[in-house]
Write a protein that binds this ligand. Structure first.
Ligand code: HEM
Length: 308
């Protein structure tokens, strides 16, 4: 089964494009997505070392409008998660294009080719250009991505298996665009920031469990299954921002073989488990978007499928 390339080494840049599809344009989009792998090769082959990758995700409403096929088991519209103090909002999105490369020109060129081909059919409802910030840090100043699973473990964490046979080789992805209150964050001492994340700032060392705060991000974002095994997702967050607009953000992107894993992390972060202890980083970081997509296998994307 040929999967889309979700697991990759970190790249220097990324673009996140969220599109909605106009009523009546389902056929054009269904036909177009079979061309994305070819378009990607057209751009990537010109600079092979820069590792251009494009992952395509399809939202639940568009799936129902576009295919006469059952929904993949985990595909549903992202449900808002409402805690006492913080809310993970749900915002529109029919298609997600996650473009990564070591230089922005490749992402930009491919994004342009995609949106140009679809220009009579889609609206770009969110567009973020992300960049690497020093040694894999987010704009809060902490190294972000350390505990991602690697190699075969990462592929196993994101790939749907035979429990949903028709869609084996696919995946799910949840994205959220967060904005940070950097002035308030930077008013904290380094020790208070480390307490909020659960790791040391300079050298990224994890704070031992005995000393870790209950509302530390990594305490709440770690989830185990009933047998005590850690449930993993693959993240590829990217910093973004606009100085003049006082905008400083993290684009969160989490892939998983079952979106319930990411949703459980979000529930622990926003509501708390037990309810009440929400993630300290949410006092400084607010999600402005939130959406969920099925990521078909590369083979599924390239083939024709029955229309509604
Ligand atoms: C860990 C930042 C949102 C899931 C981390 C770490 C940082 C970080 C600095 C520690 C290093 C690492 O292991 O990567 C952020 C920021 C976010 C954000 C700035 C948004 C403002 C999220 C969300 C989720 C999530 C929304 C899940 C739904 C995780 C997981 C870990 C982690 C699973 C690893 C926990 C462990 O096993 O130690 N994040 N994160 N993060 N984050 Fe986030």
């Amino acid at each position: 089964m040929v999967v889309q390339q979700i697991v990759a080494r970190p790249t220097r840049t990324a673009m996140f494009l969220v599109l909605t599809v106009a009523p009546g344009s389902e056929g054009a989009v269904r036909e177009f997505i079979t061309n994305v792998s070819g378009l990607t090769r057209t751009v990537s082959f010109r600079v092979p070392d820069d590792q251009l990758i494009c992952v395509t995700g399809i939202g639940a409403h568009l799936w129902d409008r576009m295919f006469d096929l059952p929904r993949p088991r985990g595909l549903h519209p992202f449900q808002p998660i409402v805690g006492a103090n913080h809310t993970a909002v749900s915002t529109p999105g029919d298609l997600l294009f996650h473009l990564r490369a070591d230089s922005l020109d490749l992402c930009f060129e491919l994004a342009h080719l995609i949106t140009d081909a679809l220009k009579d059919h889609v609206t770009v409802v969110d567009e973020v250009h992300g960049f690497k910030f020093f040694d894999e840090r987010d704009l809060l100043g902490f190294v972000d991505g350390t505990e991602n699973p690697e190699a075969d473990d990462a592929v196993a964490a994101v790939t749907i298996g035979n429990d949903d046979e028709a869609y084996a080789g696919g995946s799910y992805v949840i994205v959220q665009r967060y904005l940070h209150d950097l002035d308030a964050w930077n008013a904290l001492s380094t020790e208070e920031q480390e307490r909020a994340i659960g790791r040391r700032k300079v050298n990224d060392l994890e704070i031992p469990d005995a000393d870790k705060a209950a509302d530390a991000h990594i305490a709440l974002a770690s989830v185990d299954d009933a047998d005590g095994n850690q449930q993993q997702i693959v993240r590829d967050n990217m910093p973004f921002g606009r100085i003049g607009a006082d905008e400083f953000g993290t684009y969160f992107i989490g892939y998983a073989k079952d979106p319930a894993i990411t949703e459980r992390m979000l529930h622990r972060m926003f509501v708390g488990e037990p309810p009440g202890t929400s993630d300290r980083i949410l006092d400084f970081s607010t999600p402005r978007t939130g959406s969920l997509y099925f990521v078909p296998s590369a083979a599924f994307l390239d083939e024709d499928h029955p229309a509604v």
